[in-house]
Design a protein around this ligand. Structure first.
Ligand code: SAM
Length: 245
């Protein structure tokens, strides 16, 4: 166990993202709130509200670009000079992430990946949006990448990182945290963009899947979230995902 009680290789702090200093991460992977007044309890989600963990901190649509700019500052000052970052964006606000990265002083947009997934909500009014955009950003020219990982898109033909076709895993034996990432999508990114021994940073960690997957891949994970319930969810997620590959 580490000082804060997290399993070895992982630390999880309850703090605002702006509080982080000096992490020196090799890779940041993070999934910001949607900017949609989203709490994971909307009636178009086929789920029992009482089982959805409270406290998810959402961002207003009007302040979304400013929040993303602040997030990019946080990631820049907490990554090494040759560090890189992958920021997820779903639904309506990804254009704001795109513009903000292009305007940012420290980050250069090196590429974009798409994660296509099965989407649970039933949308009456419009087609369900089931693609996340992943913004891959670097600081200079010295970034790490390998064109190999253990998953199908690399093992069966040429590596294809343009579109990651990965299902969400709706596990039932754990508390539901809105927008919990499947470990597989994180592990694909870890395999391609980091090496064992690297430090991986997620200041918007939620259930902590980025850090749990990182620890399972022999990386050190530094995580935080402003939701007072997040650490507890993280601990339960560690238990639930311990055996999940
Ligand atoms: C999309 S969720 C992350 C989900 C996570 N990737 C997972 O697998 O569970 C975004 C998280 O950002 C947190 N958050 C929002 N604003 C924050 C802030 N200013 N500082 C830290 N965390 C914040 C929310 O509470 C939420 O848990």
């Amino acid at each position: 166990m580490t000082d804060d009680g997290s399993p070895t290789g992982m630390s999880y702090s309850l703090c605002d993202m702006t509080e982080w200093e000096g992490v020196e991460a090799d890779l940041a992977i993070t999934d910001p709130p949607f900017g949609l007044e989203f709490d994971g309890k909307a009636s178009n989600y086929n789920r029992d509200e009482s089982r959805v963990v409270d406290g998810y901190v959402e961002w207003d649509a009007e302040e979304y670009a400013a929040k993303i700019d602040t997030l990019l500052d946080v990631l820049a000052r907490n990554t090494a000079d040759d560090g890189q970052a992958i920021v997820f964006s779903g639904r309506d606000n990804s254009h704001q992430v795109h513009r903000t990265v292009l305007d940012h002083d420290d980050w250069r947009l090196e590429g974009k990946l798409y994660w296509a997934y099965n989407f649970a909500p039933y949308c009456k009014k419009r087609p369900a949006h089931n693609v996340y955009e992943l913004f891959w950003m670097v600081k200079g020219d010295e970034w790490y990448y390998t064109n190999e990982c253990e998953y199908d898109h690399c093992q069966e033909g040429e590596a294809n990182l343009s579109t990651l076709d990965i299902k969400r895993n709706y596990l039932t034996e754990m508390p539901k945290y809105p927008t919990r990432l499947p470990p597989k999508v994180v592990k694909v990114l870890l395999d391609h963009f980091s090496e064992p021994g690297d430090t991986v940073f997620d200041p918007l960690a939620g259930a902590g899947v980025v850090g749990i997957a990182a620890a399972q891949r022999d990386r050190t994970a530094v995580m935080g979230d402003l939701n007072a319930n997040a650490r507890e969810v993280f601990e339960e997620t560690v238990e639930a995902l311990g055996a999940v590959e």
